[in-house]
Design a protein around this ligand. Structure first.
Ligand code: PGA
Length: 262
């Protein structure tokens, strides 16, 4: 494992998806152990599934308990009931919550079917605040640089809000639905401001198809809402954990243990 500072971001280049997942799970478990009543911010998508599997293994081995943990999720599709198989509520139950000792009332996702979405967004922010804020937020990254469903835009959204999905996101997420037409076109997402308030952040990326966005994020422009993840350069405590494939377009100097340029 190599790690080096990237502006304020700490970059870890792991051999493969499995090693990336193990390191992410270790950082999450360390947080749960070190902070009583810890609040985790969770993510969906293919990337964190391996991390969740590792956390489940630790729970099954008796070395990790979520009994005192609270969780909030980044986002949910607009219009999908929590029972819908492609909803993020379903995803979280299926990939994590049903397999650990997290109490039934200890997790929350934005509701994609609330009668008053604006109220739901405000309430979601209040809920996070009432929990004392997110201690550790897990993030994936879209091919377009989105985090949560904060798509490239003219400005950064501060709070939880309803938003349209980028065409590229709809295409990427079509793989989970029977056809592209079934992918919801809107979602409720934490804002960039909500994410930035987390005490610590882990951003994960795996595979060659993420190499371009990781290169742009780490070696490209400075902070720019057209690459939403670039805001993380202003956060004091970010771990970027990638596998070798996702790091494959980084300059060779960036991969050396002496590089502090980027
Ligand atoms: P993925 O999605 O993990 O399925 O690649 C990441 C994201 O869109 O944030």
């Amino acid at each position: 494992m190599k790690s080096e500072e990237v502006i304020d971001m700490k970059l870890y280049i792991e051999k493969d998806y499995e090693q990336m997942s193990k390191l992410a799970a270790k950082l999450i478990a360390d947080k749960v152990h070190s902070k009583e009543n810890c609040v985790l911010g969770l993510a969906t998508g293919s990337t964190p599934i391996g991390t969740y599997k590792e956390l489940i293994k630790q729970y099954q081995a008796g070395t990790l308990s979520f009994a005192k943990v609270k969780t909030v999720n980044l986002d949910e599709y607009y219009g999908l009931e929590p029972e819908h198989e492609q909803s993020y509520a379903y995803f979280m139950r299926d990939n994590l919550f049903n397999h650990i000792d997290l109490p039934q009332d200890a997790f929350r996702l934005p509701s994609g079917t609330a009668k008053n979405i604006e109220e739901e967004c405000k309430d979601y922010e209040k809920h996070i605040e009432a929990l004392g804020g997110v201690d550790l937020q897990l993030l994936g990254i879209g091919h377009n640089g989105h985090i949560g469903f904060n798509e490239p835009a003219a400005s950064f959204a501060l709070y939880t809000h309803q938003t349209y999905l980028d065409e590229r996101t709809i295409e990427a997420n079509t793989r989970f639905f029977a056809s592209k037409d079934e992918v919801p076109t809107q979602a409720i997402t934490m804002g960039i401001g909500t994410i930035m308030k987390a005490g610590e952040i882990i951003l994960l990326a795996s595979g060659k198809d993420k190499a371009d966005i990781i290169q742009r994020l780490l070696e490209g422009d400075t902070v720019n809402p057209m690459l939403p993840a670039s805001i993380l350069k202003l956060h004091p405590h970010v771990h970027v954990i990638v596998d070798e494939a996702a790091a494959s377009l980084l300059k060779s100097c960036c991969k050396s243990s002496t590089c502090h340029l980027h």
